[in-house]
Ligand binder design. Structure first.
Ligand code: AMP
Length: 124
């Protein structure tokens, strides 16, 4: 699928839809993290790459080794910052929805991080 530059996360990355300081969790050269607008658990964060990738398949195919490593590290940095990682917290779940059957709504790769309470069944 070609990358849609008009998706909401692309607009957030370009600063066209600014995040309030309270919404932003973490940012570096490669990733941005912010709270999900419609939280499904006590803590529900999103981690996205700054590059234009529509989903995990696209990312695996086109991203550099550095971008791939930084995204995985970014998830861990955010989990630690939110105190939901197993180092300092009680654990969390991360998922990426991919495409129609995966239930992906925003066509910019993002990992959801759920925590702060028991997350429950893996798939309902
Ligand atoms: P997915 O179904 O995996 O594509 O998830 C997209 C997620 O993005 C949903 O959980 C939405 O609540 C969330 N979302 C959509 N717009 C925004 C926004 N402006 N800020 C934060 N989260 C958003």
């Amino acid at each position: 699928m070609a990358y849609d530059k008009n998706n909401i996360f692309a607009k957030i990355l370009r600063g066209e839809i600014p995040l309030k300081p309270s919404e932003k969790i973490y940012e570096n050269e490669f990733v941005l993290s912010f709270y999900d607008i419609n939280p499904k658990k006590k803590i529900h964060a999103l981690v996205i790459p700054k590059g234009e990738y529509s989903d995990l398949d696209d990312f695996s195919k086109r991203a550099s080794e550095k971008e791939i490593a930084e995204l995985i590290k970014g998830i861990n940095i955010v989990a630690k910052k939110l105190e939901i990682s197993i180092n300092g917290g009680k654990g969390y779940r991360t998922i990426a929805n991919i495409g129609e059957n995966g239930g992906q709504e925003v066509p910019h790769l993002h990992f959801h991080l759920f925590g702060g309470e028991k997350v429950g069944k893996m798939v309902s």
